[in-house]
Design a protein around this ligand. Structure first.
Ligand code: MG
Length: 229
């Protein structure tokens, strides 16, 4: 039994700044400004962290931000429904083939570990033609400010769903940023890095993931790696 936790942006799909646009539109409507959104480095951060940072920068009190976060997520989903279908969101190389292979395995439990919120994650996957129902367990960017807390949340949910004791020993975290690698370390899980997002192969190599790919297109090799064979 392996728990596979996939990051979304840059790993499963290319989202072409669609998430940034939806977040910006929601924050502008609710707070009159999205703060320093254009220059903000989102990669590897949770939506909760990003929204908090952007709003603190325009002087919104942290307590108010915490109270308003559910409204922000809901409005982001509304904006996403209008924005995502027109942004050319598509699977990263090899992802469709890999997911098709994994769909037929009984020894794998599929999950997401993403900085995206619960409200927008399924919309992003659907826009790329990926069925979100293929990932029964997930830890989202709306679950915690700190991405490093997400593996424990995902493993806990996977344990509850499967009845197995899911730990880092049987968990693989697949992501495209240094933050995903650090996150895997925090969860004592296997770190598989893929340079299909914003970060180059050589940048990711400096963080010493357990495995590193240019992309996920070599299906047999990627499958063996993920399954620990
Ligand atoms: Mg990513």
């Amino acid at each position: 039994m392996k728990l596979l936790l996939f990051d979304i942006d840059g790993t499963l799909i290319r989202s072409n700044s669609a998430g940034r646009m939806a977040m910006g539109a929601a924050l502008e409507q609710l707070f009159g400004s999205a703060g320093p959104l254009e220059s903000y480095q989102m990669g590897g951060k949770t939506d909760a962290r990003i929204i908090t940072d952007l709003l603190v920068a325009i002087g919104v009190a942290p307590q108010e931000i915490e109270v308003k976060l559910p409204d922000v997520y809901a409005l982001m989903a509304e904006k996403a429904r209008a924005i995502y279908p027109d942004r050319g969101i598509a699977p990263c190389p090899g992802v469709s083939e890999l997911l098709e292979e994994l769909r037929n395995r009984s020894d794998v439990f599929m999950g997401l570990q993403t900085g995206n919120s619960l409200s927008t994650s399924p919309l992003k996957l659907q826009a790329a033609g990926i069925d979100p129902a293929q990932f029964p367990v997930a830890a989202y960017g709306s679950d915690d400010l700190d991405r490093n807390h997400l593996p424990a949340i995902a493993m806990q949910r996977a344990s509850e769903l499967t009845g197995f004791q899911v730990t880092g020993d049987n968990t693989v975290i697949i992501g495209d940023t240094p933050a995903d690698i650090l996150c895997a370390r925090a969860g004592e899980a296997t770190a598989v890095a893929v340079a299909s997002g914003w970060h180059s192969y050589s940048t990711l190599a400096r963080y010493h993931p357990d495995f590193l790919f240019d992309d996920l297109s070599d299906t047999p090799v990627v499958l063996k790696t993920l399954l620990g064979e």
